[in-house]
Design a protein around this ligand. Sequence first.
Ligand SMILES: Cc1cc2nc3c(=O)[nH]c(=O)nc-3n(C[C@H](O)[C@H](O)[C@H](O)COP(=O)(O)O)c2cc1C
Length: 322
Amino acid sequence: MNPNGFKIGNIQINPPLVLAPMAGISHLPFRRLIRKYGAPGLFFTEMLSARALPGEQFDWPGFVQCDEEEHPISYQIFASDPRDAEAATQKLCQGPVDIVDLNLSCPAPEIAKKRKAGAHLLNDLDMISRILRAMKSVSTVPVTAKIRLGKTADRGFLAELAAVFTENEVAAVTIHPRVTGEKLKRVSRWEYIGYMKEMMTVPVIGNGDVKTREDCLRMFSETGCDGVMIGRAAVQKPWIFSTINREGADITPEFLQKCYLEAVRLVSDYFEEPRFLGRIKEFTWYFSKNMKFGHHFASLIQNADSLTEVKGIVENKFQGSC
Ligand SMILES: Cc1cc2nc3c(=O)[nH]c(=O)nc-3n(C[C@H](O)[C@H](O)[C@H](O)COP(=O)(O)O)c2cc1C
C-alpha cells in the first residue's frame, strides 16, 4: 500500500482506500458514519440515475447532497443514453463534485435488463465510447468508470475495454472482477485486477471480497493495484478504514450497540420515516453479521414499522444478540 496514496487527475487519494458505491447504502448519513470511525481516501455515492439527476438539488436532503468534510467524493451515474449522461455530468459539475464515475458494473435486472445500463453496456463498446465522450465533452472534473469482467472472463475483451478507456481519457478504472451474471457469493478473480493494471496507464482500483486489513494488503501486493475499494465489509464494520490504517478498535457488545445507535440516529435525522426504515433495514442485514444472534436481531428490525420500534428492539434485544 503506497503511503502517499495515488492521484486521479490532480486529486490526491490518501489513504488509497475507497468506499464502494452501494445503492441504498452509500448515502450521506452512512458516509457520515464512516467518517466518524475513520475515512477512506475517496468516497463514492450510490449509483444515481443520469436521467433523474438534473432534477436533484445539492442543498436538499436526497441523493446528491454531500458534506464539506467528505472530499474527495466521486458521484456515480448509470445511463444508457449519451444525452442523459451529458446532462447529468453537466449538472454534477455545477455542484461540489470531485469525480464523475460511469457505472459499467451493475448486473441488477432493473438497471441492466430494463434500463440497458450498468453491466449491460459491456455488450456494446461503441455505446460505452459514446457515453464517455458525451460525459467528457462537458466535464470539468475527472471521468472514471467501474466495471465487471463482462459476460465471460476474457483477457482479450478487457484489453479492448482498456483501449476504449484510454481513447476516451478515462482518469481511473475500478474493476470488480466477477463476470456479469455472478452472485457476490462467488469468489472474485483478483488476477484480472492485475491484468487491468498492466493494460492501463491511469490508476486502477481493485474491488471484491476485501474483508480485513490482511485481505486489503494482499490485494495491493498480488495485483499491483493503486487503490482498494471496499463495499460490504464497510457496512458490516464502518470502522474498517481505520483498522486498515492502524490498530483496530476493541469490538465489544457496547461498542457495537453504540455504533448501531449512531447509524440509527444519523439515518433517522436525515431521512423521513418511510425512507429511514428502508435504509436502516438494508444497513442492518450487513451490520448484524457482527453479532452472534444477528440473524434474529435483523429479522426483528425487518419487521419494525417506526423509529420508536427500532429503538425498542435495540434496547431489549441488542445485548442478548452479541
Ligand atoms: C447493497 C449493494 C449495493 C450496490 N450498489 C452498487 C452501485 O450502486 N454501484 C456499483 O457500481 N456497485 C454497486 N454494488 C457493488 C459494490 O460496489 C461492490 O462492487 C461489490 O459489493 C463487491 O465489493 P465487496 O466485496 O467489497 O462488497 C453494490 C453492492 C451491494 C452489496
